[in-house]
Design a protein around this ligand. Structure first.
Ligand code: ADP
Length: 536
């Protein structure tokens, strides 16, 4: 049976290049899908760091001239295989030969216009891969479903390619002047309409992705619901409401090859659910020494690893940080971002030597040692599409304190002292003192109720955060929008339980087994006809 072919397009892909969770997702999901009867490949820009590190392993597939308005620009295509997955890289040094991934907003718009056009030009014969599904991620790829329609499908090319658009963060939308983007993308006038890609008289890449893709996914069910409301909708809530029938939420997983305290070479002492008491104690002591904190096993060590932006609830943290430190908590922050937050955190850390450390850096090694050495992980986010850090922290036996939003709400069940259920702590409102009180409550349990704390750690560590389940959901979605059935999964049969031949039942198409996606298939079919109506 033919595998469903999926091409992922993304501006970040781990382990090649990472700014945030987007990279983790596009680095892990295709690898998991490839274990699961899908032929998933990935295409990303060839940034400077990737070129330097991987150029010897890459194969040059060829080059093309890509049109950008009046200009024709060189685009090279390279290929590399890693983790049984094929990765393609779009080369153009003028656009991508920079140390950082994102350079400057207006230039980024131009860079990703070029990238999107190059991907579509390379797709098919050139890369010897005609996907059934083009899976776009965030604004940097949002115009591709529209461009596919305007430049290819209308002229009889790639007519069978279906599109999925995943929103990892609705806040960043790719908005720019209509005339400039129209020129770079050669957009026909009939597409420059409020119902399509125009929002507030500018072109909005995110909006185009929502309108023109066959299916829209977000990275958690709660976020899928939240973004249709005024508060979380970032101005696109009405568009999302209009296309609600094709929107669904699929939770992210974490890469268990990277985040597993039992096999993690980056942490001082490896541990698992049986040995966590000794293991975490040793990791905590080592972390306290490394960061110049007082070596005190009894002090609750609260950590945050994050981009330092308002989304992450840093205003709530800063408001009650002094009170937290006064309460005896040790605080460790690892992150980079807005100057204001960086300075405010360093300032408080300088005033509290031995109690707080603010590491203004992006350091994945240190991140691992913090996940292992901390007791409590703080995520007071204003909104959180999915959030990976709370999953990683639970896998490492670090108990999360989160605000009830997006993926945090879907993955962290607050501790219930009556039933004993839960894997963390949560608070509902954007209120610094709610955050403080629930963190103090967690610290109280940590200090005085060891049995409860051990149960919380064990519940967190035994959770399944792998990509397996999510990958199955995505595979079901691809199957439903393309109409290509998935191969029936072979049940694991123990030697002593071999089935009798007559028991073999008529095979059902696997796609039908996924109830959540059934409706999205119908929805997607509806989406197609609906869009045709609108384009007329
Ligand atoms: P977002 O995608 O909004 O940045 P997520 O929680 O989804 O947030 O993912 C963030 C990822 O980036 C996590 O894997 C986290 O460990 C990692 N990360 C964030 N900041 C840093 C940093 N300064 N150093 C190392 N890793 C970081």
């Amino acid at each position: 049976m033919d595998k469903i072919k999926v091409l992922f397009a993304s501006s970040e892909v781990s382990p090649f290049v990472k700014v945030g969770g987007l990279a983790d997702v596009v680095g892990a999901l295709p690898v998991e899908l490839n274990k699961d009867n899908v032929d998933a490949r990935v295409i990303l820009p060839l940034y400077k760091k990737i070129k330097i590190k991987y150029q010897d392993e890459m194969q040059f597939l060829g080059w093309k001239l890509v049109r950008m308005g009046w200009r024709s620009l060189y685009a090279g295509l390279f290929q590399l295989e890693k983790n049984d997955t094929i990765f393609y890289f779009v080369d153009n040094e003028y656009y991508f030969n920079f140390d950082q991934v994102y350079v400057e907003y207006v230039f980024d718009i131009e860079r990703y216009c070029f990238y999107q056009r190059a991907v579509l030009d390379f797709m098919g014969d050139f890369m010897n891969f005609e996907p059934n599904v083009l899976h776009c991620n965030d604004w940097q790829t949002g115009m591709m479903p529209l461009l596919l329609d305007a430049h290819f499908k209308k002229h009889g090319y790639h007519t069978n390619v279906q599109t999925v658009f995943t929103i990892h963060n609705l806040k960043y939308q790719g908005v720019h002047a209509t005339d400039v983007v129209r020129e770079m993308l050669d957009l026909p006038d009939e597409y420059l309409r409020d119902e399509f890609c125009i929002k507030d008289r500018a072109i909005n890449f995110m909006k185009a992705g929502i309108v023109f893709s066959n299916s829209v996914t977000t990275v958690s069910p709660t976020y899928a619901y939240e973004i249709m409301t005024d508060y979380y909708g970032e101005g696109l809530n009405y568009t999302l409401q209009k296309y609600a029938y094709k929107v669904s939420g699929i939770l992210n997983g974490i890469n268990d090859l990277e985040y597993n305290p039992k096999k993690d070479d980056k942490i001082p002492v490896k541990y698992d659910i049986k040995t966590y008491q000794k293991g975490k104690a040793a990791c905590k002591e080592s972390l306290q020494k490394q960061l110049g904190l007082e070596v005190n096993p009894g002090a609750p060590l609260c950590a945050m690893i994050s981009r330092l932006v308002d989304q992450k609830g840093l205003d709530l943290l800063l408001y009650v940080l002094d009170e937290m430190l006064y309460d005896g908590m040790q605080i460790v922050i690892l992150g980079t971002g807005d100057n204001y937050y960086e300075r405010a955190l360093v300032d408080t850390a300088n005033r509290n030597p031995g109690k707080m450390c603010a590491c203004i850096d992006f350091d994945s090694g240190l991140a691992h040692t913090i996940y292992a050495g901390a007791d409590i992980f703080l995520m007071p986010s204003l909104f959180e599409p999915c959030g990976l850090s709370q999953l990683v922290s639970m896998a490492y036996g670090t108990v999360p304190v989160v605000r009830e939003t997006g993926g945090l709400k879907d993955t962290v069940t607050p501790y219930n002292e009556f039933t004993g259920e839960g894997n963390g702590f949560s608070f509902a409102n954007i209120n610094a003192h709610e955050f403080l009180f629930v963190t103090k409550y967690a610290c109280d349990l940590y200090r005085n109720h060891k049995d409860v704390w051990d149960k919380l750690i064990k519940t967190g560590m035994s959770g399944d955060y792998s990509w397996k389940k999510s990958a199955k959901e995505y595979a079901g979605l691809y199957s439903l929008i393309t109409g290509i059935p998935l191969e029936e999964e072979k049940p694991e049969v123990k030697a002593e339980e071999k089935p009798e031949p007559k028991k073999a039942e008529a095979k059902k198409p696997a796609a039908k087994k996924a109830p959540a996606k059934k409706s999205s298939a119908k929805k997607s079919a509806a989406a197609k006809s609906d869009k045709k109506e609108e384009t007329k």
